[in-house]
Design a protein around this ligand. Structure first.
Ligand code: 26Q
Length: 797
């Protein structure tokens, strides 16, 4: 039975836990003591609640969804859990009795940064949405000892520090050693036939033990609790034989090699690296998770014949693709199913989401490396490929070049996306435009072959995290105007539109934004010493650093404004603060150079106080989920300026819109749908369309823009001559010579739209009204809605 604690019971529990764990009374407890005590209490409660929910779900025969992802960017848990369970106010009151603030307790929790950016945060948002909607959901990933690195900026240069999150984070984890699984690597495969039965044995393999740790995710006002099951790699035993021989190195090496698998998250975003350790990580996740899914099913039903009826497995991008051949392996080798039956089951069970069209992000593995590390999985993929190609020849005609283009194995490589599309019953993109591009370009041949597989599910966000939990003043305004139904049904935000001409509401909206800006400015001052003028426009570009996202287009415009103000210091100029936050993949040189450029620009402008009053740049170190929760409510302009056709969806764009920021954006990813929802007249669209990019990119000569456009010319020249003493030749050369993301081609349009932003800002009523339309239109971008679409159209829950 799940308890619903009264404030008095909560007080007793907290007191008991503080005494038991720390031997302190509430009067003497530190915020950290409170953090651990509360987290333990809530985590225990969620475990109990999950057990009740799970038993009920199983007794009704409900289908379950398993979401496999190499990343879950969870952020903090305590605040969300208290909010979702309805205990936030009671705990705040309780702490107040002891003179302790809620935020000082929340600040003791490290972010669980088990992801890079959009893809990982999306997975975390979907666990929230699945719990809210009452689905029986498991997320599966790796318990990285070190998540995404901590970013430290030294003289403008990004350095990476280890993210040691476990000391503060493990209170949310429940170890389940009894559910450990062995995962096998390397060795040789022996196949024998006996009485018409195929037997496969694995010789000389290396075994790694996968130990699960569960983290519970509560749903808002819901009985359901999602589980995030994270696998930790251990050596199955100590190598006594080597040790006794005196070979201490081998004995300890085995442990180190095993444990390396869950040591650290690869910090690449939208870029693959064909490294052996990454492949070991991916198979480790897949083998452990599939084994767990199958064994839970066996416990429940005692057979696998109905597996496809009761279980869906979703693959978050291609990173967990190996779950497909792994399930084939179990059904064939361990359970004795025929190939045809096993394949039928697998294709019904698996579905796949694509998150990128960038060529460098499409996963391809070296065949030789793969074969050595995963010999049995390799054999199974070969057979999948053989059968697939023969069907393709039948469909497209003998000798069709399409078959080679579509094959899973092609010269010495294994293409993971092709395996996914071949094996999954559903393939979806993450915005309308992206889903169309997949059909037209990336997977066009596959679309011709099996058009019925292709779908769209536009991304969604756990909107309560960024609205009611992060922006109390806006939430208050919404509750007073439209009631609190929007907290459960995000569509009800639409009701806010009725106030578009209510000057009282518009003024309150402005006041709320002002308050949030001041709070944020205070926070930045306290934590970094930088001052921000709260009367300036807060123009925000926060996301991973990547050329396709074009932070350097933003920088080039700032340089031009700086040069203009240097010559026209008296110009009538709407003050603006450009706020950036971004991590770059550690080996991505140009991205790091762009970070340095932004930091140097910030310093250079500060040297000239007259200009600094009107124009300033703030670079936020170590941008992460928790920082985004502080920043979104204070933002006024949302920079979504990727080259059209490259950003699959974006989700930061949705969080900013929800908090009333106006989008400056290209017609890319979900920006298009943001325009449809808010009204195109309520955002600032600029630049080439995806179609225009496709037409003009082939013969593109950026140098012509440099030579003919004096504003571009001067800005690029300044990169060369130096900003705050640092020169940016590589960036300048890249812009003039190749400009792969067509920054110069969109520059004029971007500048023009930025001028419009400033002009509109001079009219607060118009600005506030546009902001209101954005908030009212944001409901469609909730994870609750997105997860519902997956459940109905893809997982058939
Ligand atoms: C692959 C192989 C080896 C190492 C790393 C990787 C790797 C890791 C992360 C490849 C890609 C990623 C991340 C991709 C990503 O975050 N994509 C974003 O997904 C969001 C959610 O759908 C979208 O909103 C963004 O548009 C998309 O860029």
């Amino acid at each position: 039975m799940v308890t619903n604690y009264t404030p008095a019971q909560l007080k007793m529990l907290v007191t008991e836990t503080l005494h038991k764990e720390f031997d302190v009374t509430p009067e003497n407890a530190t915020p950290e003591n409170f953090y651990f005590a509360l987290s333990q209490i809530i985590s225990n409660l969620l475990e109990e609640k999950h057990d009740t929910f799970y038993a009920h779900a199983k007794s009704t025969g409900a289908k379950e969804i398993n979401y496999l992802s190499m990343e879950f960017l969870m952020g903090r848990s305590l605040k969300t859990a208290l909010y979702n369970l309805g205990y936030a106010q009671a705990i705040e009151n309780l702490l107040a009795e002891y003179g302790v603030s809620m935020s000082s307790v929340y600040d003791c929790e490290p972010d669980a940064g088990l992801g890079n950016g959009g893809l990982g945060r999306l997975a975390a948002c979907y666990l929230d949405g699945m719990a809210k909607n009452g689905y029986n959901a498991y997320g599966y990933s790796i318990l990285y000892e070190y998540g995404i690195f901590k970013q430290k900026i030294v003289d403008g240069w990004q350095t990476e520090l280890p993210d040691n999150w476990l000391p503060g984070g493990k209170v949310w984890l429940r170890a389940l050693p009894q559910r450990s699984v062995n995962v096998t690597f390397g060795g040789q495969i022996d196949e024998t036939w006996m009485d018409n039965h195929h037997f496969v044995t694995h010789r000389n393999a290396t075994v790694v033990k996968a130990v699960p740790y569960d983290l519970y995710v509560s749903g808002y006002n819901s009985e359901a609790v999602s589980v995030l099951r994270l696998w930790r790699a251990e050596s199955p035993s100590f190598d006594m034989e080597s040790f006794n021989r005196g070979d201490y190195v081998s004995a300890t090496q085995q442990i180190a090699t095993a444990e390396a698998i869950s040591k650290v998250l690869y910090p690449n975003d939208n870029h693959t690296e064909g490294k052996r350790l990454r492949l070991r990580q991916q198979y480790f996740l897949c083998a452990a998770s599939v084994s767990d899914i199958v064994s839970r099913h066996m416990n429940e039903y005692g057979q696998l014949d109905n597996l496809a009826e009761k279980v869906s497995i979703h693959i978050n991008d291609t990173h967990p693709t190996l779950a497909i051949p792994e399930l084939m392996r179990i059904l064939l080798d361990d359970c004795g199913y025929s190939w045809e039956t096993a394949w039928e089951m697998v294709t019904r069970i698996f579905s796949y989401t694509n998150h990128t069209v960038l060529a460098e992000a499409l996963e391809v593995w070296d065949e030789q490396l793969f074969k050595e590390l995963l010999p049995r999985i390799y054999q199974i993929i070969c057979e999948i490929n053989r059968r697939f190609c023969s069907q393709l020849y039948e469909f497209f005609g003998d000798g069709s070049p399409k078959v080679g283009e579509m094959a899973i194995l092609w010269p010495n490589t294994i293409r993971m996306a092709h395996l996914c599309v071949c094996a999954c019953h559903s393939v979806n993109g993450v915005s309308k435009l992206h889903s169309q591009i997949i059909k037209d370009d990336v997977f066009h041949n596959f679309y011709l072959y099996t058009p019925e597989k292709f779908q769209n599910v536009t991304n969604g966000i756990a909107y309560r995290r960024w609205l009611s939990q992060s922006n109390p003043s806006l939430t208050r305004l919404l509750c007073e105007t439209i009631g609190d139904g929007f907290l459960t049904h995000s569509e009800e935000l639409e009701k806010f539109r009725a106030f578009a001409h209510d000057s009282g509401v518009l003024e309150r909206l402005e006041a709320s934004k002002k308050e949030n800006k001041e709070n944020f400015a205070n926070y930045v001052y306290k934590t970094t010493g930088q001052t921000i003028n709260p009367a300036s426009i807060f123009d925000v570009q926060v996301k991973r650093l990547h050329e396709y996202k074009r932070q350097h287009l933003n920088a080039l415009n700032i340089i031009s404004e700086y040069l203009y103000l240097r010559e026209n210091p008296q110009a009538d100029f709407v003050p603006k603060t450009y706020i950036f936050g971004a991590k770059a993949a550690s080996g991505y040189f140009l991205a790091k150079q762009i970070i340095k450029l932004l930091c140097m620009l910030s310093e250079e402008i500060k040297k000239n106080p007259q200009i600094a009053e009107k124009l300033s740049v703030v670079y936020l170190e170590d941008y992460k989920v928790t920082l985004s929760e502080l920043l979104m409510p204070a933002s006024e302009v949302s920079e979504q300026i990727s080259l059209a056709g490259k950003e699959a969806s974006g989700t930061g764009n949705m969080k900013l819109m929800l908090n009333g920021a106006l989008t400056v954006g290209t017609l890319d990813g979900a920006n298009i749908e943001i325009g449809e929802a808010a009204g195109m007249e309520n955002m600032f669209i600029f630049g080439m369309t995806a179609e225009e990019v496709k037409q003009t990119q082939p013969g593109y000569q950026p140098r012509k823009f440099y030579e003919s456009n004096p504003v571009i010319h001067r800005a690029v020249d300044l990169l060369r001559s130096g900003i705050n003493g640092a020169q940016f030749d590589d960036l300048a050369n890249s812009l003039i010579n190749t400009d792969p993301y067509m920054v110069l081609a969109d520059f004029d349009a971007y500048r023009a739209v930025q001028k419009r932003v400033s002009a509109v800002y001079r009219n607060p009523e118009q600005w506030n009204r546009m902001s209101l339309h954005n908030i009212a239109g944001a409901g469609i971008f909730s994870a609750d809605r997105a997860v519902r679409e997956y459940a109905q159209n893809i997982w058939h829950l």
